[in-house]
Design a protein around this ligand. Structure first.
Ligand code: S3P
Length: 454
């Protein structure tokens, strides 16, 4: 299949508002969509590998479809063979694309692909939607530059950007911020660098790249230090071989129906096949600390990752202080944690979350604005957010606002969940971007009994 046959989706156009209202309890069982992080990596590693990679359970959200289109543009054979089932015929490397690579809304997509492309003798121009064009790329360009890649871009390391790859040298890079995207970009560049690459991360971040590189036959050596940091060494001169990848359910998406059940009286909701990678379960730990009734059953290994079925029952939550060192393991889940905290007794304090300001939107600012528009007390700091909570659990949230999402899928889903348990309906101005990570959100939530009007 050629690049033209893998059509990239259009995102963020023709916004229509969506409104969630209080209804009966939420009941039922669902499968979370495929994990977004693992889906991007399966396509990229499949394209870098020699031979066939078969993927099952791929997230067919807009972000991942952009990466599929990009892999075709770099010369891989990319074919959809059924629902969530994709085949990638890897060529063992990237060829120069003949058109601009548009990664849409996907920070993970563009940063990992730039890392992977940097080790080849090619030029590639990357762009994205307005949100992605505003996000910092310097964090990836700095190490890639030290390895020998060059680029031209807008001021401040913003997209659009033309990257010139080539012969790279070894790097020993210490991550200045906890970012699995930067770590992964360096490791993927290291695949084609003389002597490979080493990354030191003072705080451990999601390790899907390391796990998947091993599954594709690469040697990756990881050592942990006593302070929770990790050193990852990818020796040079390695090549990848295509494999079968089974993508588990995304805990960052499962978080929405699970929290909805915790705050909606009488609810019992089970999410099947949810990824329980230890570096992704910070939200479950935090909700447990808050007194959430969560049960984890049917724990099993699938495709090199631990998965399980997770059941949430309506609970009386209490506010907590979230340990800042937990942030990397739940960085995408703070918006929905803010919603759970609004129904908890007493304050929930979230510190060390400055990275939230450079996601698809400034998520600290937008959660503070959305929650306070719905009558929830909040205090915003440069890298913190406190949700004041209520005098007693489930004392009630007023709601009754239309929230500005700035095209951020997780801001939209979080406020819709808030609306399911608020006294007055909550509307979001732009639900279109939900499809970037959770295309079936509306149907799945309605099947559980949620009242959400589009
Ligand atoms: C991701 C890493 C995180 C996360 C993003 C997915 C990944 O970003 O927020 O949604 O797949 O590596 P950072 O690496 O910027 O923290």
């Amino acid at each position: 299949m050629t690049a033209a046959q893998v059509t990239a989706p259009a995102t963020g156009q023709g916004a229509v508002q969506m409104t969630a209202k209080r209804a009966g309890p939420l009941k039922g069982t669902l499968r979370a969509p495929g994990d977004k992080s693992i889906s991007h990596r399966a396509l990229i590693l499949g394209a870098l590998a020699h031979g066939l990679t078969e993927v099952e359970g791929l997230l067919e959200g807009d972000d991942v479809k952009r990466t599929a289109a990009a892999m075709a543009a770099f010369g891989a054979g990319v074919e959809r063979v059924g629902e969530g089932r994709w085949r990638i015929a890897g060529k063992g490397g990237f060829a120069e694309p003949t058109d601009v690579i548009d990664c849409g809304n996907a920070g993970t997509g563009v940063r990992l692909i730039m890392g992977a492309a940097a080790g080849f003798d090619l030029s590639a121009t990357f762009t994205g939607d307005a949100s992605l064009r505003g996000r910092p790329m310097n964090r990836v360009l700095t190490p890639l530059g030290q390895m020998g890649a060059t680029w031209i871009c807008r001021e401040g390391g913003r997209l659009p950007l033309t990257l010139r790859g080539g012969r790279l040298r070894h790097i020993d890079y210490r991550l200045p911020e906890p970012s699995a995207q930067v770590k992964s970009a360096v490791l993927l560049a290291g695949l084609n660098a003389q002597g490979g690459a080493g990354v030191m991360e003072p705080q451990a971040t999601r390790d899907h790249t390391e796990r998947m590189l091993r599954a594709f036959g690469a040697e990756v050596n990881v050592t942990e230090d006593s302070a929770g940091g990790r050193r990852i060494e990818l020796p040079g001169g390695q090549s990848l071989t295509g494999v079968k990848v089974v993508v588990p359910g995304d805990p960052s998406s499962a978080a929405f129906p699970l929290v909805a059940a915790l705050i909606t009286p009488g609810s019992v909701v089970t999410v099947e096949g949810m990824l329980l990678n230890p570096l992704r379960i910070g939200l479950l730990e935090t909700l447990g600390d808050m007194g959430a009734d969560l049960s984890v059953t049917n724990v099993r290994e699938e495709g090199g990752e631990t998965v399980a079925d997770v059941t949430a029952r309506y609970s009386e939550l209490v506010g907590v202080e979230v340990p800042p060192e937990r942030a990397p393991s739940m960085i995408d889940e703070y918006p929905i944690l803010g919603v759970a905290a609004a129904f908890a007794a007493g304050p929930t304090v979230m510190r060390g979350i400055g990275e939230m300001r450079v996601k698809e939107s400034d998520r600290i600012a937008l959660m503070a604005a959305g929650l306070s528009a719905c009558g929830v007390g909040v205090e915003e700091g440069p890298d913190s957010l406190t949700v004041v909570g209520s005098v007693r659990a489930n004392h009630g949230v007023r709601g009754g606002a239309k929230v500005a999402t700035h095209g951020d899928h997780r801001i939209a889903m979080s406020h819709l969940i808030l609306g399911l348990a608020s006294a007055e309906p909550v509307a979001v101005d732009d639900p279109q971007m939900i499809a970037t990570s959770f295309p079936g959100f509306l149907d799945l939530m309605r099947a559980l009994g949620a009242e959400i009007e589009a």
